[in-house]
Design a protein around this ligand. Structure first.
Ligand SMILES: Cc1ncc(C[n+]2csc(CCOP(=O)(O)OP(=O)(O)O)c2C)c(N)n1
Length: 550
């Protein structure tokens, strides 16, 4: 059997359903081997789009998403989406081609050192240096990408190696279930002691808390004992925001209302919290908080994050075990302390509701999207000012009900991400929300979406600006520089792809057209021209609140 045939058999053995990518000459053998396989190759319009599709596929399913490029420029184009998966803890396997091994020792066409280029942005990578190692390399790449904490791996298959003959006895290695380690009972007992002496414990839930069923056990834990939860942007949905214990999200660069809870809490349970997402000095500046760390791996060393106890193991297993030990226990917690904070957060979100005659705003539109999206619907956010509003204001009701890139935080993820999400669950209501900047970074994937027949709604918040950057600049110097951009006619642009497009002019039209788009079973795009004064107003409002707080 040819190496490329065996390579594909090994990917089938891993239950890979799709490979997203842009083909090149040097992938030819692999593509012919894919032709007769159960795996569907999805040609994308840019390698970055392919990597983001694999990234979000991995994030939602927990199984490695797979993307492919050719050598040289194809591989460099793939990098951003792969790096994003690695820092966002999304399992992903990237496959790149390479020129024949006979020409790599000297300067030659499109030849760059791809393996070394991917090394710093992956958990592990290698090239297929012998036909004998194909099955092991693929098993290893998938296993490493998927085990906690998940991330990216990379395999290079050169054009001449793909043509070689592999030993017919080499079979794909069957994946075996590896149980994640149980927590150490002494650490659990220590945590229970700390809980016994606490009056106002608070959970900070990160992305780890929505992986591997952890949120189910977390919800039981906090509702039984009345412990409030705030989630990081990537932990949204750890418990449903409709529950009384939810204080929604933490993570703005400046002090939001939820920070009152952090200040008053006398014990923090940091569950699946990733420091790459939100540094501890933002919520624990003097390092004085008493912390219980619950995660698959020990805590990162950080002056402001030095836990009293680290419970290392399967997060879901840790919380399950704590639930078992605490079944008949009633703690002396104060059960009221966080109630006014939740009320204040919810009132603030509601205050952005748009009324007739109002100019459109991002938070006002986010409220309309929330009203129209089913509880198990999904919003995939891009990166920009809208991300801060979505993170802060979008009530999330299930794990992965709101996908946000906050590790690498790369613009351009949401449109390709929504394609992957729709392939995973074609019946799900999905909104891809983005700025005008992020949209034009990967808008070419609208063609991929149309060709695949997937269904989601693209919402563009158009402010003719790299809005987040001007927001931050205005916070530093009261003015913005080099952020203004102009745009094509988004409605006409979308229609040229054969996509239903809307540009509402009144609040009534905005509501009606968002509803029509979200509930339709066809691709659609809604351009929302927004006034961004709310950005600076939020900073001023919060500043005033903290200054005047009794
Ligand atoms: C690929 C990439 N380039 C640059 C940045 C830095 N950056 C973060 S937000 C932002 C502006 C985003 O503008 P837009 O997409 O229009 O969204 P808005 O902020 O207006 O909501 C930029 C340039 C980034 N995060 N990712």
């Amino acid at each position: 059997m040819k190496v490329s045939d065996l390579f594909v058999k090994c990917l089938e053995n891993e239950n890979v359903k799709y490979i997203f990518g842009v083909p090149g000459e040097e992938n030819e053998d692999l593509l012919y081997s894919l032709e007769n396989s159960s795996i569907q190759f999805v040609p994308t319009r840019h390698e970055q789009g392919a990597a983001f599709m694999a990234n979000v596929w991995g994030r939602i399913t927990g199984r490695a998403g797979v993307c492919l490029s050719t050598l040289g420029p194809g591989a460099t184009n793939l990098l951003t989406g792969v790096a994003d998966a690695n820092l966002d803890k999304a399992p992903l396997v990237a496959i790149t081609a390479q020129g024949g091994l006979w020409r790599l020792h000297h300067e030659s066409h499109q030849n760059i050192d791809i393996v070394n280029m991917f090394k710093p942005i992956t958990k592990w990578n290698t090239n297929i240096s012998s036909p004998k190692i194909v099955a092991e390399v693929i098993r290893k790449a998938v296993k490493i990408a998927e085990f906690e904490k998940p991330g990216a791996t990379h395999i290079e298959l050169s054009e001449d190696m793909a043509k070689e003959m592999a030993d017919d006895n080499q079979l794909p290695i069957p994946p075996k279930r590896v149980r994640r380690p149980s927590p150490d009972y002494k650490s659990i007992n220590h945590a229970i002691e700390l809980l016994k002496n606490a009056r106002r414990p608070l959970v900070i839930a990160g992305n780890g808390a929505i992986r591997k069923l952890a949120s189910k056990h977390l919800t039981q834990f906090v509702t039984k004992h009345n412990i409030p939860v705030t989630s990081t942007f990537m932990g949204k949905g750890a418990i449903a925001d409709v529950l009384e214990q939810s204080l929604l999200s933490i993570g703005l660069g400046f002090k939001d209302f939820v920070m009152q809870a952090v200040e008053v809490a006398d014990l923090i349970l940091a569950i699946g919290y990733d420091i790459a997402e939100y540094p501890p000095q933002k919520w624990n500046p003097d390092g004085s908080k008493k912390i219980i760390h619950i995660d698959f791996v020990p805590a990162e060393v950080y002056a402001q994050f030095n836990p009293e106890v680290e419970i290392v193991g399967d997060i879901s297993g840790v919380i399950w075990e704590m639930n078992q030990k605490l079944v008949d226990r009633n703690f002396e917690f104060d059960r009221e302390w966080y109630v006014p904070i939740r009320k204040q957060i919810l009132n603030d979100i509601k205050s952005y509701d748009l009324k007739d005659g109002d100019e459109f705003t991002i938070p006002g539109t986010v409220n309309i999207i929330r009203e129209n999206l089913q509880h198990d619907g999904l919003i995939v956010s891009d990166v920009g000012s809208h991300k801060l509003w979505i993170s802060r204001n979008f009530m999330t009701c299930c794990p992965n009900g709101c996908i946000i890139s906050n590790g690498l935080a790369s613009m351009g993820i949401s449109l390709p991400g929504a394609i992957a999400a729709s392939l995973i669950n074609p019946k799900r209501q999905i909104v891809a929300a983005m700025g005008d900047g992020g949209f034009l970074m990967n808008s070419q994937e609208l063609e991929t979406a149309k060709r695949l027949g997937v269904n989601f709604t693209t919402v563009i918040f158009n402010d003719n600006d790299y809005g987040l950057i001007s927001w931050k600049q205005k916070m530093s110097k009261d003015r913005s520089v080099f952020t203004r951009i102009s745009n094509p006619d988004f409605k006409v642009y979308a229609e040229s792809f054969g996509i239903n497009a809307y540009r509402p002019k009144t609040v009534a039209e905005l509501k009606e057209q968002l509803n029509e788009a979200i509930t339709s079973d066809e691709l659609s795009l809604v351009e929302v021209r927004v006034n961004t004064n709310v950005n600076i107003e939020l900073v001023e409002k919060l500043k005033k609140y903290w200054e005047e707080r009794p």
